[in-house]
Design a protein around this ligand. Structure first.
Ligand SMILES: C[S@@+](CC[C@H](N)C(=O)[O-])C[C@H]1O[C@@H](n2cnc3c(N)ncnc32)[C@H](O)[C@@H]1O
Length: 255
């Protein structure tokens, strides 16, 4: 695929499969083509490895974090479970939202929490809202331990951000899906892998082994879940699609 950006004409032309289509920049289509190109460039330059939240590095596209904030607020979530802690930035992000909401807590699961990251999370002012669980997210003892931390009546959502292969994410969806409160989401992060395959730091099998494919398989085998984009409360622009590293990521438990 080839994308040609004409700043003077304010158009973008996409050449694909022998056809060429030109859109104004001032259109949903033009914005989507430019966004996709930007997302690919962002992957190549490691754009998301340049942010921290309340002092902890957070390895996320900022747009995705703003969207999660919208979901936490609207769904009135009491507990977010996240697989994959790394430096702890996303745990601190959720904790800061919960602090502002006046309720909510975070459970973070990590296979290999480095000593310096553990020490920094332990010393963080929002530490009392965070429970750390050591182990593989799909180990039966980890899953049962996390389940035991939930209290009846709590509104629970889950973020899957550990190992992003299709088999692993599918195992996580099967293990944690039943912990999600009906009406809430389990989010399979980083389906961007399918789009950036072929770029730096990618593997050839990313076109098929990725979180998006895991989510599609999971909802096909389980009628209690659907892939459903949250309804975003505010949009006075022409944008139709989220700019995201998480395409087809929002798996909603419907019953
Ligand atoms: C993408 S990073 C997490 C980033 C973090 N959520 C953030 O937003 O800053 C993925 C993390 O998952 C961890 N991980 C990999 N496999 C895992 C597993 N089976 N169980 C739990 N954590 C795992 C890695 O050690 C790594 O720290």
């Amino acid at each position: 695929m080839k994308v040609i950006y004409d700043e003077t004409a304010a158009t973008v032309t996409q050449e694909k499969d022998g056809t060429s289509v030109t859109h104004p920049l001032e259109s949903a289509e033009g914005f989507e083509i430019m966004s996709r190109a930007w997302l690919r460039a962002s992957w190549d330059v490691k754009y998301i490895y340049a942010f921290s939240w309340f002092g902890r590095p957070i390895i996320q596209l900022p747009e995705d974090m703003i969207r999660i904030q919208e979901v936490l607020w609207r769904d009135k979530v009491d507990v977010i479970i996240e697989t994959g802690v790394a430096h702890g930035g996303s745990l601190v992000f959720y904790a800061s939202i919960f602090k502002a909401m006046g309720k909510g807590r975070v459970i973070g699961i990590e296979l290999d929490l480095r000593a310096h990251n553990r020490a920094a999370i332990d010393a963080h002012p929002l530490r009392d809202l965070i429970t750390l669980v050591d182990g593989s997210s799909i180990a039966p003892e980890t899953v049962e331990h996390v389940r035991s931390l939930l209290k009846p009546g709590e509104r629970v959502m889950v973020m899957l951000d550990s190992n992003h292969t299709k088999p692993h994410v599918l195992a996580e969806l099967r293990a944690y899906g039943t912990m999600v409160t009906p009406g809430c989401y389990i989010v399979a992060a980083d389906g961007i892998m399918e789009i950036v395959a072929g770029g730096p730091r990618t593997k050839p099998d990313w076109t098929t082994s990725n979180p998006k494919q895991a989510a599609l398989t999971f909802v096909a085998e389980n009628p209690d879940f659907i892939i459903e984009e949250p309804v975003w409360d505010f949009n006075e622009g022409a944008v139709r699609e989220r700019v995201t590293y998480w395409p087809s990521a929002f798996v909603k438990r419907v019953r």
